[in-house]
Design a protein around this ligand. Structure first.
Ligand SMILES: C[S@@+](CC[C@H](N)C(=O)[O-])C[C@H]1O[C@@H](n2cnc3c(N)ncnc32)[C@H](O)[C@@H]1O
Length: 213
């Protein structure tokens, strides 16, 4: 992944953003040490952004598509009220096992429910009613449009869809790979969608916020 922002500035942003609790630092370090795909983790600044969005939205119910080792899920769960719920979807039992072991050690872990299996099937099995305040999309890139279409009816009015990696290392300017083309198509879909108000942020690999009207 290339840095969208000048690396020195990125470091400065990192150093001047709210530090996460020690358990999240430990999860980050554990993932870096044991998981070859550690680059997929949202990391400290985006994790803090997600936590703040959940707090600002006063969200009670959050849906996450793409758990991996659990960094973003745990970041968001921290900002949920004690009776809040975060459902996080992943199909990989190995990474879910790591995520669960960290959730079990957190005072916020009880708010998290892991849905193991194909995320699109999990979503489609949920009632198509507006149950969620915030949906975070961070799984297979070709399915972003499908996740978005399934998430929108399940989001309350004024609710927020947050999509990760929407600059795809800058490849969106001239997409070459299947994932790059999928992300570019997703960005066009959201931009043209009158059902949402949207803004793209140059945080990490690009983060899109789409607020349901
Ligand atoms: C980019 S990672 C998520 C990173 C995570 N949000 C974090 O901060 O650590 C994407 C995850 O999506 C999962 N995934 C990919 N395709 C999926 C699918 N069709 N259904 C469920 N999970 C899927 C992968 O197993 C992987 O763990």
């Amino acid at each position: 992944m290339i840095a969208i922002v000048n690396p020195e500035l990125d470091r400065y942003v990192h150093d001047h953003s709210e530090p996460p609790p020690a358990l999240l630092d430990e999860l980050r370090e554990f993932t870096l040490a044991h998981e070859p795909r550690a680059v997929m983790q949202v990391g400290r600044v985006e994790g803090s952004l997600l936590r703040m969005l959940v707090a600002l939205m006063q969200a009670r119910r959050v849906l996450e598509i793409g758990t991996f080792t659990g960094y973003s899920a745990l970041s968001m769960a921290e900002a949920l009220p004690p009776d809040g719920e975060l459902i996080t979807c992943d199909r990989d039992p190995e990474v879910v096992r790591i995520a669960r072991s960290f959730f079990d050690r957190s005072e916020h872990g009880g708010k998290i429910r892991i849905a193991l299996g194909d995320a699109l099937a999990t979503l489609r099995a949920m009632p198509a009613s507006p149950a969620f305040d915030l949906v975070f999309i961070d799984a297979d890139k070709e399915r972003y449009p499908a996740y978005y279409e399934e998430a929108l009816p399940r989001l309350r009015r004024g609710g927020l869809i947050v999509a990760d990696n929407t600059l795809w290392s800058g490849e969106v300017l001239a997409p070459e790979s299947a994932d790059g083309r999928a992300i570019a198509a997703f960005n066009d879909l959201v931009f043209r969608d009158p059902r949402v108000e949207k803004v793209m942020l140059t945080v990490r690999d690009g983060v899109t916020l789409a607020r349901k009207r």
